[in-house]
Design a protein around this ligand. Structure first.
Ligand code: XMP
Length: 306
């Protein structure tokens, strides 16, 4: 593997950062190409943070593609979650294939930060006869399947659960601030905006989500929660602004405790925290008129809403 360049697609989040740290440790860094594709579906300031982290890890070839507009165009009017996942996954690979030629590497293995849970949920666990719960784009995209059949996909984390990936990240010397980040799905905000994705909705959700997370950090709750995020619902709900009726977006807060994402319990917030978080969001994001808290465990609900 060391004789051939390897290319890792970075989508933000812990898994691809740990996969990047792993490659930079076990291979000659001059052979490692890291390509961050900014889908425009990332959390607030995520792209800058991920790039800075990878550069600190000693990455020599680190590129970034701003593909936000392309993703929005491809997702226009698409409401079905599985179609959204496939579109995002395929476009991710199409952009990679387009960009890789500009890197000047003749042939590269594609490395992905796929976890064992991604394989299980996509019905591809070891000896699995399991049903597909959701098609993780890094597992079931037809383009990935083609590359996999050609033996061109390497997934160093594909037998690890999230807690093991975090332990590996620490072993590789990544700071807690990075490995302790809450998981983020590959399709990003694309599956947290229920229904059709637009720029306006991305911006609203990004702001609300950043406020939620910063409130959790300020209250010392972030590290007690396995995964927390906002979901933008495809409805408007009535409210009041001065003497007027005003229709605003509804945001659902999700916060769960879990070991590996396979099962999850609702985080039992103190209501005082919940009310303050709700006020912070509605005060600072005027387009949001109402905040709800999701009190469903997994199962029967999944962690994400789509
Ligand atoms: P669910 O919603 O299935 O989520 O309970 C379990 C964990 O997986 C993440 N997730 C995804 N990750 N691509 C990903 O890379 C996906 O399509 C996807 N869907 C869910 C979710 O955020 C949680 O951590």
């Amino acid at each position: 593997m060391g004789r051939f360049p390897v290319l890792l697609l970075i989508s933000g989040g812990v898994d691809s950062t740990v996969a990047g740290a792993f490659l930079l440790k076990v291979l000659d860094p001059s052979q490692v190409y890291l390509l961050y594709i900014d889908t425009g579906l990332m959390r607030k300031a995520e792209s800058e943070e991920v790039m800075a982290n990878l550069s600190q890890l000693g990455a020599r070839h680190l590129g970034m593609v701003d593909a936000g507009e392309e993703f929005l165009e491809a997702l226009a009017d698409i409401e079905d979650p599985e179609r959204k996942r496939k579109i995002i996954g395929d476009l991710f690979i199409t952009i990679q294939e387009r960009e890789v030629s500009s890197l000047g590497i003749p042939e590269a293995f594609l490395v992905q930060g796929t976890l064992y849970t991604d394989l299980i949920e996509s019905g591809k666990g070891v000896g699995s006869k399991a049903q597909v719960i959701k098609s993780h784009h890094n597992v079931r995209s037809p383009l990935i399947e083609r590359k996999r059949a050609a033996g061109k996909v390497i997934e160093p984390l594909d037998r690890l659960y999230k807690d093991e990936v975090r332990a590996l990240g620490r072993l590789l010397g990544l700071p807690d601030r990075i490995v302790g980040r809450h998981p983020f799905p590959g399709p990003g905000l694309g599956v947290r905006i229920l229904g059709a994705v637009t720029q306006e909705k991305c911006d609203i959700l990004r702001e609300a989500d950043a406020l939620f997370i910063s409130e959790l950090r300020n209250r010392g709750l972030y590290d007690k929660i396995w995964q927390a995020f906002c979901v933008l619902l495809p409805i408007h709900s009535v409210g009041v602004a001065g003497d007027e009726r005003k229709y605003g977006y509804v945001v659902a807060l999700r916060a769960v405790k879990s070991e590996d994402g396979m099962t999850a319990d609702v985080y039992p917030f103190d209501p005082v925290d919940l009310i303050a978080i709700s006020s912070a969001i509605t005060n600072k994001v005027p387009a949001v008129g109402r905040v709800a808290y999701d009190v469903s465990s997994k199962p029967p609900a999944t962690i994400e809403w789509e």
